[in-house]
Design a binder for this molecule. Structure first.
Ligand SMILES: Nc1nc2c(c(=O)[nH]1)N[C@H]1C(S)=C(S)[C@@H](COP(=O)(O)O)O[C@H]1N2
Ligand SMILES: [Mo]
Length: 322
């Protein structure tokens, strides 16, 4: 059964709203200067109330992933976000996601597994040593970043979960709690936000379950306490704040596919030759490297990870399986 989209605003309206929001953010920053000055004497740090203290993760294994990349500044990574549970503008998640409670947090693992399980976030930290990997990230809207993620290979968690031989796909679900996530009151997407991978994509060594970035616990706006990172796919595959993982025999239908099947397919592989109806995918704008007038760079097939993942799609028509 295909669940019909609940969307009452057309996806085509989202872009203008974002342009508007960026303008609002710019104005907000200008006004914010005076405000910060006014509260300095009181709290010492005007953002303290909204942003929880940054927390370092101990014992991270450094890896050579992404050595050639220049990391996008922390400030950009944590203030230019997509997390519709907290609003549709890029500035909303940094402003509002502090209401998300990330402890206690458990992830339930169900479907085609030997035995359904629940795992606390603290125990996910203990399954295997956490690695740091700098990955290129590419949003379907045409911008990109390079982010030093901290996490464990999804493959490690899958092995721990013990899927059955019937498991052909893995599906992920975000928390959908109106109390903590104001955006969930709006019918922009069919909540909970969900995404899926084919089993071989999920087991690919590049696929990461991230718990941190820049050596620290994930900020809420980036998907705390646990989010997916699939660097050869568009950003929307990187589902945030995961509470449920389900193994299944059937291909999952993601929130974005339900909202607009013409625009969003299951695979969502970065591909400069297959344009999104509203955004060209031929080039990208790397955030934080030179303002609005910077030169765009050419987008690479599979976001530059073809050597590691192209074999997963050999013989598939990538125009049809977009
Ligand atoms: N639950 C949830 N996950 C989500 C989204 C969202 O709206 N909700 N947005 C996606 C999109 S479109 C992108 S580009 C990335 C952005 O991740 P970042 O903000 O950490 O850069 O998160 C993805 N994961
Ligand atoms: Mo995105």
């Amino acid at each position: 059964m295909l669940i019909l989209p609940k969307a009452d605003i057309a996806p085509s309206e989202i872009t203008p709203r974002e342009v508007y929001a960026e303008r609002r953010k710019f104005l907000g920053q200008a006004g914010g200067l005076a405000l910060a000055g006014a509260t300095l004497g009181l709290a010492g740090n005007s953002t303290q109330a909204a942003q929880p203290a940054r927390q370092r993760i101990q014992g991270i294994v450094k890896t050579p992933y992404g050595e050639e990349e220049k990391p996008t500044p922390y400030e950009d990574v944590t203030t230019y976000n997509n997390f519709y549970e907290f609003g549709t503008s890029k500035a909303d998640p940094a402003e509002y996601a502090h209401t998300l409670k990330t402890r206690p947090w458990t992830v339930s693992i169900e479907g085609e597994v030997k035995k359904p399980k629940r795992i606390a976030i603290e125990d996910i930290f203990k399954i295997a040593p956490l690695e740091e990997r700098l990955y290129r990230m590419r949003c379907v809207e045409g911008w990109s970043m390079a982010i030093p993620w901290v996490g464990l290979p999804l493959k490690t968690l899958i092995q721990w979960a013990e899927p059955t031989g019937n498991a052909k796909y893995v599906e992920f679900f975000t928390l959908a709690d109106q109390q903590q996530m104001p955006g969930v009151r709006d019918n922009i997407l069919d909540w909970p936000y969900n995404e899926g991978l084919r089993m071989d994509e999920a087991l690919n060594p590049l696929t990461l379950l991230a718990v941190g970035l820049y050596g620290e616990i994930l900020p809420n706006q980036n998907g705390a306490p646990l989010r997916l990172v699939v660097p050869w796919k568009y950003g929307f595959k990187g589902i945030k704040s995961i509470v449920r993982i389900r193994f299944s025999e059937q291909m999952p239908v993601s929130s974005w596919m339900k909202a607009s099947p013409r625009e969003y397919g299951f695979y969502a592989n970065v591909n400069p030759e297959v344009d999104h109806p509203r955004w060209s995918q031929a080039s990208e704008r790397r955030i934080g490297t030179g303002g609005l007038f910077q030169r765009r760079q050419k987008t690479l097939i599979f976001n530059g990870y073809a050597e590691q993942v192209a074999h997963l799609y050999s013989g598939m028509d990538l125009q049809r399986n977009f």
